[in-house]
Design a protein around this ligand. Sequence first.
Ligand code: PGA
Length: 261
Amino acid sequence: MRKLFIAGNWKMNLDAAAAKELTTGLKDNLCDCTAAKVDVAVCPAYVYVPQVVEIAQGSPIAVGAQDVYFEGNGAFTGEVSVAMLKDVGCKYTILGHSERRHVIGETDELTNQKLLAALAGGLDVILCIGELLEERQANQTEAVIERHLRKGLAGVTKEQMAKVTIAYEPVWAIGTGQTATPEQAQEAHAFARSIIADMFDNNVAQETRIQYGGSVKPSNAAELLSLPDVDGALVGGASLKVQDFMGIINAGASTCGCGCQ
Ligand code: PGA
C-alpha cells in the first residue's frame, strides 16, 4: 500500500521570518497519527533550507530543495550540489518543475542529469511531469507524460525507483486556480503508472508514488487524494499558509479510512 506523500513547494516566496513561522506552525499542528498516514515535506528556497531543517528537527516534517545541480563541485557559479544539500540536512529535491522547464528553459536531458546525480548522492527526488495547455488541446498529454518519464528516468535502476516520487502537474493548473478534474487526474496518473510499468516492471509501478499538483487546496484535496492512482500532492500556493496546508494534509489522512480522524 502506497503511503500518501504531500509536499509543499514554496517556490520563490517567504522571507526568513515567514519561513520560520510557517514551519513552526506546521510542526505544532502535525500530529503523530496524521504523520503515520501521510509523509509530509516542505521545500523552501535554498537559502532557508538550513533554518527550516533546524526548526523541523524532531518532527515528522522532511525538508526538500526545489532544484539541484548535477556536478559535484567546481566552477558552476550560482549552482548548489547534491552534497551541499545533504550537508544541510535536506532529504528531497524537486526536479523538472514546469517553472524550471518553461521559465528557466531546462531540458529533459538536464533534468535527467540532475536526477541521476541526486539519486547517486542520496537525495530522494520528486520528478515533475505534465503538459502545457496547448499540448492538452492538441491531444499531446500522453505523449508529453511519456516523454518526461522516459527521458527524465533514463538510466535509473529499479532499486533507485524507491527513492523517486512522480508529480503530475498539468501546467495549465499550476497557480491558476484551475484544477484538473478528478477524471483528468486519474487518467493521467494511470497512464503515467503504465509507462513506469513498461520501463521497469509492474511491481515498481505499483510502489511508485504519483502526486498530483496544480491548484490543490483544502476544498478539493479529499476528492483528488482519494483517486486510486493519486498518492499525494505537490502543493504550491496553498502550502504557504499553515491552515491551508494542514487542511490538505488532514484531508489526505482522512482518506485512509481507518476511522481515527
Ligand atoms: P500551485 O503550484 O499549487 O500553486 O498550483 C503547484 C506547483 O507548482 O508545484
